[in-house]
Ligand binder design. Structure first.
Ligand code: T4K
Length: 417
């Protein structure tokens, strides 16, 4: 990486980017290539490419056994898996979810004309605050979708209790939490069902992919039919269904990566520790903590930035890093409630979401995974330190000549003139 010793060395001010290679938050981890290619050849020989083929069945068996649940239904992605689980659980009316999540959690409901009701989070764990969940329940509420953000379990004990007392369904969006545990039990066995994502950017990927896991036989059967058009036999559909099937090449990738999972987690853990060492003592930059007593995939390295302490905003730090080819991401800015169609439907939702509103301006995800080396992490952290040490000049230069964020409307501009 290029050294940064003067302000003009920063790429944002015209210097050469620190890294020639673009560093991503979620570059795909890839297991044993030879094994994968053998499996793909096997699929091509067999000419069975999708529709519950042998690799999909193997993937489902292995995921269910690993998580310790009765059923795993593999699907084409987690968004469709969420949609199918929501429908199979007969959620309707209103469903309570966090706004501080990937937009798919909300869209999976709205897609079926169910209203997502955005609830605030506990700022320490970034997940639904159960006390606030209870306050959001109305006669139209049929369910809660908790999200295990960053792989840290949401308060499933309290949410299960609320769901049982109030007659609600509890679905868990566990897109980030494959390989993680809560109180020693693997995530996947909580609530009425849980949904994993195996998207390319997840620490364990099946190219695209997702799965619903559950211990409920009836719901599992329904979901199996629903992901295959509702067909019970050839020429016979018994449910409204869609096409949510995982294909064989995805499943082969999933199986191959399952075999390398421990290695991926070890690298993620090493990277997480390295960031911890390199950022130690930097006041105003807090690396989020994972409970060492639990299993964790460490796939997200997340920092919280306190602008009042470091003097530079999260967005300015992001601008500096991205210019250096370090593609940090501000997941999950600006919060689902500030994106369409929710922004127009609930323009005042933010008033009920003070912790979400704060957190969306503070969080930054840093590059990790098997494509990122310890040396690269040292370099990334050096840029962060440099930016913090020169915050006054950096903010001044970044703000110079910048158009105000809320430019006057044409009417007020005319009035001013
Ligand atoms: N619930 C939650 C809580 C989720 O976080 C997600 C997905 C879902 C549900 C839905 O799961 P899926 O339906 O996707 O299975 C990414 C992912 O696309 C998305 O899966 C993920 N969450 C979200 C947190 O991150 P983006 O907007 O960051 O963009 P994307 O996918 O284009 O890529 C991110 C970076 O990774 C890019 O900078 C480039 C790099 N990349 C990406 C791909 C696809 C690669 O290097 N190689 C690749 O193949 O959404």
């Amino acid at each position: 990486m290029q050294d940064k010793s003067a302000l003009d060395d920063l790429a944002v001010f015209g210097g050469t980017p620190a890294s020639e290679e673009v560093l991503h938050v979620g570059r795909p981890n890839i297991g044993d290539r030879e094994r994968l290619l053998e499996r793909i050849n096997d699929i091509l020989e067999r000419k069975w490419l999708t529709n519950d083929g042998p690799y999909v069945q193997e993937f489902e068996r292995r995921v269910a056994a690993f998580v310790g649940v009765k059923h795993c239904i593999a699907m084409c992605n987690a968004t469709v898996a969420l949609e199918i689980a929501i429908r199979a659980l007969e959620m309707k009316g209103e469903v309570i979810i966090p706004s501080f999540t990937f937009i798919a959690t909300a869209h999976a409901l709205q897609w079926q004309e169910i209203t997502p009701v955005f609830c605030d989070i506990d700022p320490h764990i970034h997940n639904l605050d159960p006390i606030k969940v209870e306050e959001m329940i109305t006669p139209r509420t049929t369910g809660i979708i908790g999200v295990h953000l960053w792989g840290r379990a949401c308060d499933v004990d309290s949410l299960s209790d609320i769901a049982a007392r109030r007659g609600l369904k509890l679905l868990l969006d566990s897109a980030h939490a494959f390989g993680c545990s809560h109180k020693g039990r693997m995530i996947g066995g909580f609530g009425h069902a849980e949904v994993f994502s195996f998207h390319a950017t997840k620490f364990l990927n099946s190219l695209e992919g997702g799965a619903v896991v559950t211990n409920d036989d009836q719901v599992a059967r329904k979901m199996r039919l629903m992901k295959n058009f509702g067909f019970t036999y050839y020429d016979r559909s018994d449910y409204i269904g869609t096409n949510g099937k995982m294909n064989e090449i995805s499943a082969a990738m999933g199986v191959t990566n399952l075999e390398a999972m421990d290695e991926f987690i070890a690298v993620n853990y090493r990277n997480y520790q390295k960031y911890g060492q390199e950022l130690a003592g930097l006041e105003g930059i807090d690396l989020i903590a994972y409970d060492e007593k639990e299993k964790c995939n460490y796939q997200y390295v997340v920092i919280e930035i306190d602008e009042s302490k470091i003097g530079i905003t999260r967005d300015q730090l992001m601008e500096v890093l991205q210019a250096e080819n370090v593609l940090v991401r501000r997941y999950f800015y600006p919060g689902c409630h500030r994106m369409e169609p929710y922004r127009s439907s609930f323009p005042h939702a933010g008033l009920m979401l003070p912790e979400t509103e704060k957190l969306t301006t503070r969080v930054l995800c840093l590059p990790t995974g098997t494509s990122v080396s310890e040396d690269q992490i040292s370099d990334i952290c050096q840029i962060i330190r440099f930016a913090v040490e020169h915050e006054v000049e950096i903010t001044r230069r970044l703000n110079e000549g910048r158009v105000p964020t809320n430019p006057p409307t044409s009417i007020s501009a005319r009035q001013r003139d």
